[in-house]
Every structure is written in structure tokens, then in C-alpha cells.
Write a protein that binds this ligand. Structure first.
Ligand SMILES: [Mn+2]
Length: 433
């Protein structure tokens, strides 16, 4: 690399005490210590996207590498980033992002890697490596989208793609914009396991976002309108307010897509992010089941959450269906594989590993471990995830708990009022594993 360029993005407003350190002290430090580094000062706070563009514009080397300021490159990080680009200049390469603890600066690997993805609210998500990736764990593997901050790209390809969309403000969506563009316009993106860069994950932002309204929403809308075709609708379904956001002028972006003859988003979803819809379905699947959950051992008793708030221990009560009694006995076994009182975002949760552990209400967190429930139609079990245990009860005390699944136990049998047998048959193909 011939040069390093840092674009200071004037993150801090002048009213904030610490604002000075990105100015003269930074210039002085760089002049004294980092002779290859050039610092560019922007005239106003412009956010990371325009700061990166400003740096890229004056870069002259054949490869541009973007890193966050709060990162530290590990030993021999560079060659694995450059090799795939040397083989094909239309390849964008991301390092593995390791974790630097923000309190202690302790360094650890994040994991063994995953493919970048997103859900339909544009939260960054990850998909598992493919079998062929696992066969060569040190080789770069294809990834649908980048995590964001850290990547290498040839200067030629970056500018063929028009860099980042200049209409993107401050931060948000730029990693999707560039990733979609790379794939749809004839390039590819890989993660290189042998290139390691540590990143400090902070706990809070030490400076406020600028008061420019919903700039993230506007960015997302620009990305959706230019690149996502009919799939944009899935985003707007979940964030209806985006429909009314003015994305600004998109002529330049649409002309670029036209000029480079970029492929449709449907191609990207089918060829590159083909396993994304299984985990993050664009259209919410039906529920696996709904209605009351009635004990087989004591058929007059049903699970009842009594309209209680979080942390409430769930019990059994007299079934209310067709009576004038009150209670909350209508549940859904959602495609997230959790059980919720219908219309609420609280879930049945078991965090205690001991036998006869209580079931409590807790805010749903997408069915990981302690909120995972599966209905076994044949055995009439409600199986709780992790070290599998079954929903069980003491009808006399009207207590509800989980215990080791036992074929001979009648108190473990439940009738879930409405079960979607077709959905249950496809259990493994729907939602989380
Ligand atoms: Mn960062």
C-alpha cells in the first residue's frame, strides 16, 4: 500500500467539551508519529458515509481499505485481504471481526465465521456457513452482505460502482447499498478467515445523533427503492412510515444500475442469499398452533396467564371457554417457535435448568433456547428447547412446570386447541432451527 488516509469526520459538535481532539491534537499526533497518514478535515459533521467517500476520493493506491477508527489490525491481516482482489478485481473482501472488550481491551475471536444477512426490518443478521465453506475453513467464503465497517475493495471497482450513494446521510444502510451493488452488478463479496481485525464494541454512543429526522429511514428507503425491486414492499410492510419518507433524488443511482446492467434483486435472493428466507421469511408464516392449552390429565384445567405482566409465573386455572369466567387462555405457537398469549409480545420462558422449573412470562426474544417450544402432535407434548423437557403440571396445586419428558406421564399431555398440521410437518424448514 502506498498510502494511508484517514478522514476525520468531525464527529463531535463544537459545544461538546471533547470536540477539540479530532482537530489540532490529531493533526499533531499524526504529523509526529504516522508519516504515511494524511488527515482530511471536513467542513461540517458529515457522518461516516461521506467521510469515507472523502477519503476514497483522494486515494491513489489500487486497493482501498476501510476500517473503523476503533479497530486494531492483527498480525498479517493484509495479504489475505488482498489476495482475492488480485485474483479478481471485482471482489470485495471483509476481514473477520474479532472482539476487543471495551472495558479491558481484552481480545478474543468472535466465532468461526458466518455469512452476513439481514431481516426485513434491515437488522443485520448472520447465516450459517455452507457445507462447502466448512470443507476449507481457512479459505475465503462468499457472504451476501458485509457487516459494515471493515473491507477491502479495488479502487477501480469501487468507483465503477459509484462508491457509496452520496445521498446516504450520516450512517445506516450503506453496508446494504454497497453489498447489493457489488453482487447485483457483477462482483462478489467474500470474508477472509485469515485476516483478523479487532473491533471495540462500545456500550453507548458518546455523542448524539444529529437532529436530522429519521435519516436512517431515509437511507433505507433509498437502498430499497434503487436496489430491491418488489422486495422493498416487505420492508415497508413492517415499517409503514417509510412509505411517506421522501428518499430524495434517485436518478443518478437508477441510471448507474441501468448503465451497469445490474441484475434484479430477485436474482440476489435466489443465488446469493438463497437460505435467508428460511430464517427471515419476507412474509410471516402462519402460526403452528393457537387457542387454549388444555391438560389431558385434568381436562377442566387450562394454562392461564391472567393478563399478567413479565416475570409472572404461569399457572393452571379452570378452562374458561364457553363460561363467564375470566382469564387469559388464548395462546399462539408462533413461527418463531415460541408461545405467546395471543396479541402480546411476552413469551413462555424457562431459564431455570432444574427439574420442575417454573414457566414465566418474559419479553419474546426470537426463540433462542429458553423460549423455544415445540408441539409433538403424536405424544401431545409441549417440548421446551435446550436440554429438552416437557410441559408438566400438578393439577391439585394447579402448578405448571417443565420436567424430563416421560412417555408414561399423563400430566405431560396437552391438547393445543388448533394445530396447523401442515405447518407442524414442515417444522424444520420454518423459522429458527
Ligand atoms: Mn465500528
Amino acid at each position: 500500500m502506498e498510502q494511508f488516509i484517514a478522514a476525520a469526520q468531525e464527529l463531535l459538535t463544537d459545544t461538546w467539551n471533547g470536540s477539540a481532539f479530532t482537530k489540532k491534537p490529531l493533526d499533531d499526533y499524526v504529523a509526529a508519529n504516522l508519516t504515511k497518514v494524511k488527515v482530511i478535515h471536513l467542513s461540517e459533521r458529515s457522518g461516516l458515509i461521506r467521510a469515507r467517500l472523502a477519503g476514497a476520493k483522494i486515494a491513489t493506491a489500487s486497493v482501498i481499505i476501510f476500517l473503523d477508527s476503533h479497530t486494531e489490525a492483527n498480525v498479517n491481516w493484509l495479504p489475505p485481504l488482498l489476495e482475492p482482489i488480485a485474483q479478481d478485481y471485482k471482489t470485495c473482501v471483509c476481514p473477520f471481526i474479532d472482539v476487543i472488550q471495551y472495558e479491558t481491551f481484552e481480545y478474543r475471536a468472535q466465532d468461526e465465521g458466518a455469512r452476513g444477512a439481514f431481516d426485513w426490518e434491515f437488522y443485520y443478521k448472520r447465516l450459517p456457513l455452507l457445507p462447502e465453506d466448512l470443507e476449507h475453513p481457512t479459505e475465503p467464503f462468499k457472504s451476501p452482505v458485509m457487516a459494515g465497517g471493515l473491507f477491502a475493495i479495488s479502487r477501480k471497482f469501487f468507483w465503477e460502482l459509484g462508491g457509496y450513494d452520496e445521498g446516504l446521510d450520516i450512517w445506516g444502510g450503506e453496508q446494504y447499498e454497497l453489498s447489493f451493488k457489488i453482487w447485483q452488478c457483477g462482483g462478489q463479496m467474500v470474508d477472509a478467515p485469515c485476516s483478523r481485525v479487532g473491533h471495540i464494541y462500545r456500550k453507548f454512543a458518546p455523542f448524539p445523533n444529529p437532529g436530522r429526522g429519521d435519516f436512517v429511514g431515509k437511507n433505507y428507503k433509498r437502498v430499497a427503492e434503487v436496489w430491491m425491486d418488489e422486495y422493498a414492499e416487505f420492508l415497508y410492510k413492517r415499517r409503514p412510515q417509510y412509505r411517506n419518507i421522501d428518499p430524495g433524488d434517485l436518478t443518478k443511482q437508477k441510471a448507474l444500475r441501468e448503465r451497469l446492467k445490474c441484475k434484479p434483486f430477485k436474482w440476489f435472493m435466489k443465488e446469493i442469499a438463497f437460505d435467508l428466507p428460511l430464517k427471515y421469511p419476507p412474509i410471516e408464516p402462519d402460526d403452528f398452533g393457537s387457542g387454549e392449552v388444555r391438560s389431558i390429565a385434568a381436562p377442566e384445567l387450562c394454562v392461564d396467564t391472567e393478563h399478567k405482566p413479565r416475570d409472572h409465573v404461569i399457572k393452571l386455572k379452570e378452562c374458561i371457554k364457553g363460561t363467564r369466567k375470566s382469564g387469559e387462555q388464548n395462546f399462539t405457537l408462533t413461527w418463531h417457535k415460541d408461545v405467546r398469549p395471543s396479541g402480546r409480545t411476552l413469551c413462555w420462558d424457562v431459564s431455570d435448568p432444574n427439574d420442575k422449573a417454573d414457566v414465566v412470562l418474559y419479553p419474546c426474544h426470537g426463540s433462542k433456547g429458553n423460549q423455544y417450544w415445540k408441539y409433538d402432535v403424536e405424544k401431545q407434548w409441549l417440548i421446551h428447547g435446550g436440554n429438552p423437557r416437557c410441559l408438566d403440571c400438578d393439577p391439585g396445586a394447579k402448578r405448571l412446570y417443565v420436567s424430563i419428558c416421560d412417555d408414561s406421564s399423563k400430566t405431560q399431555k396437552w391438547r393445543f386447541e388448533n394445530i396447523n398440521l401442515k405447518m407442524i410437518a414442515d417444522w424444520d424448514d420454518i423459522g429458527p432451527p
